[in-house]
Design a protein around this ligand. Sequence first.
Ligand code: B1M
Length: 215
Amino acid sequence: LPLDERLKRRIIDGERNGLEADLDEALQTRSALLIINEILLDGMKVVGELFGSGQMQLPFVLQSAEVMKTAVAYLEPHMDKSDDAGKGRIVLATVRGDVHDIGKNLVDIILSNNGYEVVNIGIKQPINAILDAAEQHDADAIGMSGLLVKSTVIMKENLQEMATRGVAERWPVLLGGAALTRAYVEDDLRSMFSGEVHYARDAFEGLSLMERVMA
Ligand code: B1M
């Protein structure tokens, strides 16, 4: 198989033997970010489709996710880092009941490499923990990730809870994850939330939104 196909296959098959050698080869012609965006994420997309259509069982999805994480960790030192630092601080979490963290961790990497301080508090985080961390670290923004349809409802509840506590205007909120849509965030959620809430389609939009809310 050609290199790109081979790498994509490694994600789909959850096969990590020889992964590093293939990544090294890919790095000779492309940046680490391009490899992630154009090849590896394509593989994860196929995994999602196979799982969604019942052609792949959960333990194999987990294996694919592990190979994806290994690949991202391997590529991370090869990514461009800006010299700026201290551009702002964001608390990042996957919401309550949701374990998906590959996307959230990519957002962490992209923001960290571009001068932001990221307090990544992990998966399955209830709103209490998110707000406590934002308070404790004197965050400039809050980022919530969630991939399940259920998580989009939880995000709405989280915004309601922020309003109830009187902190809706205290932190701009960035939302991302596969089950969200721009319309849901920018129409439904914005109409019920007095603070700032933004939708990020991917980690790069997360970065440009962070640039915007910090401006
Ligand atoms: Co799960 N899973 N999963 N899963 N899984 C999905 C999400 C699903 C769509 C698969 C499917 O059916 N086709 C489906 C959800 C369906 C729904 O809700 N309607 C699903 C399901 C059902 C489940 C379980 C319930 C399965 C079960 O137990 N029966 C279970 C849920 C457990 C739980 O959360 N309570 C489950 C478990 C798992 C694994 C553990 C096996 C594994 C996760 C491993 C891990 O993350 N550590 C897993 C995986 C890998 C997936 C798929 C295949 C791939 C997700 C992924 O990592 N994508 C996924 C299929 C899919 O998404 N279509 C699926 C790559 C990643 C980079 O993309 O996270 O979307 P993503 O991030 C993107 C953007 O969304 C954005 O930036 C990233 C790209 O730049 N982004 C942000 C994300 N967060 C952001 C935050 C921001 C800004 C941008 O600012 C704050």
